[in-house]
Every structure is written in C-alpha cells, then in structure tokens.
Design a protein. Structure first.
Length: 614
C-alpha cells in the first residue's frame, strides 16, 4: 500500500542540508510543504495549456497541406474532423484564436504561480533570519569565546540569503519538472521513436552537467571562505577605528581590506567563469540534440505536420531543461552557504544556555565560591583562568575584587553572572547551588556597570531603561541623577531623547560609563557589580561611587573591581586574586595586598578622597 512520506518531501524542498529531513532548515521548510504540490499543479496546468496550443499545429498544418485530411488515422483525427466542418475562410482564425486563448490562460496561471513562489520565498527568508537570531541569542556564552565573530556575521548577512535561494531554485525545478512531464507526454503522443532519441540525449547531457556541478560546489566553498575573511577585516576596521587612527595604520588596514576583497572577487569570478563556460556548452549540446532529431525524422520519413509539432514541442522543452541545469549548478554553488547556516542552527558542538528551575526572589544570603576552577575552551587544565577558588560574599556588603591584570577577576564575574559554568566546584547561595537556580531569575537580581558594557543604538532614555522597559520617566531621571549623569544629559540638544549611535560611540567614555551606571541602578539590584566603573578620564566621579557604595543607593550588595584608592576605600571586604588563585580574603583593610596598594598610593600622592571616609 502506498504511504506518503512527508520527510522525503521536506528533504526535496531542502536537499542540501547536511542533516537531511531532520535538519534545522528542513524544519523551517516543513511548514511550507503545502506550497510544493500547489506549485507543481499550477506548473502542470500551465504546461498543459501551452502543450495543447502547440499540439493544435498538427491539425492546422494537416488541413492546410492535405485536403483529404479526414481520412487520416492520426491521433489528432477528432480535432481535424471538427476543423473540417468549419468554413475554410475562417478556419485559420478559429485555430489562431484558440491557440492564443490557451496561451493567455497559461500566462495567467504562470503569474499566479510566480506570485505564490515569491511570497513563500520571502517568508522562508524571513524565517531563516529569525531562526538565526533566536539561535544566537540563546546559545551558551562560551560559544562566543571560541568562534569568530566574522563567521557569525557573514552567516547572518550573506549565507542566510544564499541559503534561502534554495527555495526559489527548488520551486523553479518543480515548475520545470512539471513542464517536462507534460511536454514529454505530448512528445510521446506525437512520435515515441523520436522521443527515445531525445531521452537518450538528455541523459547524456545530465551526466556531463553533474561533472560541472561538482566543480561549482568546490568554488562555492571558496566564496564562503573568502567572504568570512572579508567580514573579519571589516569588523576589525569598524571596532578598532580609534586604535587605527592613533597609530596611523589606515593605509595598512586599507591594503589588508583590498587584499581580502580581491580574494572574494577572484572566488566569485571563478564561479561566474565556470558558469559562463558550462551553460553555453549545455546549450550547444541541446542544439545538437535538436538537429539530430530533425535529421532522424527526415530519415524515418515522418510527415511534415508531425515533425513541425514535435520540433516546436522540443524547442519548448529546451528552456525547461536549461532551467533544471541552472538550478542544479546554482544549488552546487551555494551548498557551502547552506552548510554554514545549518551549522549555526544545528546543536552539534555548541554549548547550551545555562539551566536551572529553582526560583529566586532576592539575593539576601551569602554567595560562596567553593573550590571553583574554570578553564576557557581551547586551553588545558594547567592554564585555568581560576583555580580552586574559595571565598564568600556577605549580603549587604561591598566587596572589593583586587588583583593585577589577568588575575582572574573577569572570570569570577562571568561565573557569578552564569555566563560560564565552573569546570569544577560549586557556587552556593545560602545552601542552594547556583546551577540549580533559574538563570533568568538570577540575573534579574544582578546589574553590572563598567568599562566593557556597551550601549545600544538608541536614545539615552532607552539605554538607561534597557533592563527595565517598564520604568517611568521619573525613575529613569532619578537613576541618571544618582549616577551623576543628569548634568551632561541636560546639556545635550535633545536631553534624554538624544541618540547615542552605534555602541554609544557619539559620547565620551565617561558619559557612556555614567549611562551604564544609571542603567544598572535603575534595576535596583540585590547585587551590583562595578567593573572599573571610574576608569575613564571623565568617568563617573569617585565621589559619586564612594557615596553610592557607602549609602547603598538602589542596591543591596556590591562587588567592586577598581585600581583607584578612593573607590576601593568604600568597600568593607576584599578578595585578592593572583594567577587565578585566592591569595587573601576578609576585611579589606587587613589584607596585605591592599596595604601595599596604600603605600604605593601614598608615595604617588594620590587618593586624597580616602581621608573623607576615615
């Protein structure tokens, strides 16, 4: 008994995926499966209308060339007989009108089909991009530590569009295939012997085409690779413009970009060059097939009306054969793009986002690191970023996290925010393991402000309210006042409605830090993390940070990373890290490392604000 297999149909719609009908692209295409038989049916109808209009040439030519046509035993005899009953002076007009009417109906069907295909292609394209965005936003954070940003950007901006072209190509192949079925059937009806020559010739052409397609697949992979390199160079220029200008490396970076662009040009030209050679050769072979059929018809003594109708049908077959050839070559050239999209959408080799189901309403208990170690992907255990780290963060207390660059401070913060998970050991909130807590609920109780927290491309108001979109205007303005940002915002032409540009680059470093601090304070977090929040030349004033930490404005506990004496002086506890290990922890002023820092500050005559709070 026949059983319809939807998986096979899905795989037909997305035949290039590396994971077959169960792959991520096939999952997107599955919701549009209904359109495939609709497109095929409309293609069959359009081709049938065109085929019948061409088939009418036989009775017309028979009547024009043979006055005794009614005695013919041809398959078209009924039509020939019907035409014979029409007065000779209007017969040709009736035939021409009928053929024209059939073509008009065919064009209408084709237009409807094209509009449907365009709609489906656009929907699939949007769905693929939405799926990529959703995938990126929900991947585990370690994924972004081990994969090139340029590759991800290239997949979303370029490969996704090329992958979506498979829909148009498959629909084109479906329509062409439907036309081949109809036209082939008519060719068999006209003369099955000539059709055998055509079938053999088409098979030979397809074998040769498969050889060409293999080379195009290789060239297509070169295009994807060179595009990734170009994207990486462009990201370098955009993200490092300040560095490039300061060190006068514009010419060098321009040369590197030109070289990357040239590699893209050569790769794309290779595809175009091969395609330009392949298609004409296929067209020549198809023309040779046409001539061979004509000569065989002559040698076999086939009547002129049959030969004429057969050749016209064969001529109409050529565009559909060419379309299928182009689709196969096109699919081969974008195969690498499809693989890239499926790689990003697929689960293989990618860290999953943190799990946990326990709710948490507040962070009002001690946070304990117990024997925590972590090594970043691509490193071995001997080079752990943090190693056997144990310390506690008391609730309601500001704790200084101290250490030289590379000591492991940022890793501790990432672990605390659950951007990464410990390689070994556990973090406890009271007696509950952090890994068991819902990560989204946990992060709602945390806010981070510092030197590496970017702004979004929006207004100042939108940036401050980024973590609290329900906040009122008054709450936003109060957070800005506490963060010492109100004065500079008031001086801007549009105040809180001023747009900050991409990553906030239209503002100074200090202004960005103040907005970032206001954004963190607006959340009124149980745990506030300040990561070098006063490092910019015109950054948040140290007096502001010290007052904030002493009075616990808008937060419960705090972790402070800073190299400034006055900022650290507002903290009660301290944890000293060195080479990924905890060297000291406890009350800040009892730590040897902090005392050494005080001596250094005194020798350099810095940190006058410290006396204010002693």
């Amino acid at each position: 008994m026949f059983e319809f297999n939807w998986d096979r149909l899905t795989n037909a719609l997305f035949p290039l995926g590396t994971q077959g009908p169960k792959g991520p692209l096939a999952a997107i295409g599955r919701q549009y499966l209904w359109s495939l038989p609709v497109v095929a049916t409309l293609g069959l109808i359009a081709s049938a209308l065109e085929g019948v209009s061409i088939g009418l040439l036989m009775p017309l030519l028979t009547l024009l060339l043979d006055s005794n046509a009614t005695s013919s035993t041809d398959v078209m005899q009924p039509i020939v007989g019907a035409l014979a009953s029409i007065p000779a002076d209007i017969r040709i007009f009736v035939m021409a009108g009928g053929m024209l009417l059939l073509i008009v109906f065919k064009v209408i069907i084709q237009t409807i089909n094209s509009m449907l295909i365009g709609r489906i292609e656009g929907n699939v394209n949007a769905d693929v991009r939405a799926a990529l965005s959703d995938r990126i936003l929900h991947l585990g954070y370690p994924f972004f530590l081990t994969n090139e940003t340029a590759r991800i950007v290239n997949i979303v901006s370029s490969d996704s569009w090329r992958a979506s072209e498979t829909v148009r190509m498959i629909f084109a192949m479906t329509t062409a295939g439907a036309a081949l079925i109809v036209v082939s059937g008519l060719l068999i009806v006209v003369d099955w012997r000539l059709f055998l020559f055509v079938a053999i010739g088409v098979t030979v052409i397809r074998v040769i085409q498969a050889m060409f397609a293999k080379r195009l697949r290789i060239l297509g992979e070169c295009v994807s690779s060179s595009n990734r390199d170009l994207g990486e160079q462009m990201l370098l220029i955009v993200n490092s413009m300040r560095l490039i200008r300061l060190f006068g490396q514009e010419a060098k970076e321009q040369q590197r970009f030109v070289e990357a662009s040239e590699r893209v040009r050569k790769a794309m030209y290779g595809v175009q060059k091969s395609s330009s050679h392949i298609l004409p050769r296929l067209e020549v072979m198809q023309s040779m097939l046409f001539i061979t059929v004509l000569l065989n018809a002559h040698w076999m003594g086939i009547a002129l009306p049959k030969v004429a109708a057969f050749l016209v049908l064969l001529n109409r077959l050529q565009p559909h054969l060419l379309s299928i050839s182009q689709v196969h070559l096109g699919l081969a050239s974008i195969r690498s793009s499809v693989r890239e999209v499926e790689w990003l959408l697929g689960p293989e080799g990618k860290p999953q986002p943190q799990s946990g189901t326990l709710p948490i309403a507040r962070i009002d208990q001690s946070v304990r690191f117990e024997n925590i170690s972590f090594s970043y992907p691509g490193t071995n255990n001997s080079s752990n970023a943090v190693n056997d780290v144990t310390f506690s963060l008391r609730p309601g207390v500001a704790t200084a996290l101290i250490g030289r660059s590379g000591a492991g401070k940022s890793t501790v913060i990432n672990l605390l925010c659950r951007l990464i998970e410990p390689t070994s050991g556990s973090i406890f909130i009271g007696e509950t393991k952090l890994r068991d807590i819902d990560p989204t609920a946990w992060r709602r109780q945390i806010a981070l402000a510092g030197q590496d927290i970017d702004l979004i491309d929006g207004t100042i108001e939108e940036n401050i309210a980024y973590g609290c979109p329900e906040a009122s205007v008054q709450e936003i303005q109060e957070a800005a006042r506490i963060a010492d940002a109100s004065s500079f915002i008031a001086g801007l032409p549009n105040g809180f409605k001023t747009r900050v540009g991409l990553r906030g680059l239209s503002l100074s470093g200090g202004q960005r830090q103040r907005i970032g601090l206001a954004r963190a304070l607006l959340r009124k977090p149980d745990l506030l993390i300040l990561d070098e929040a006063t490092n910019a030349v015109d950054g948040v004033s140290e007096w502001t940070i010290m007052t904030l930490l002493k009075e616990h404005r808008n937060f419960g506990s705090a972790i402070v990373i800073s190299h400034r004496r006055s900022t650290l002086a507002a903290c009660e506890d301290g944890v000293v890290l060195e080479h990924g290990r905890v060297m000291e922890c406890g009350p800040l002023r009892t730590l040897n490392f902090y005392r050494e820092m005080e001596l250094d500050w005194q020798e350099s005559d810095q940190g006058g604000l410290l006396r204010t709070f002693q």
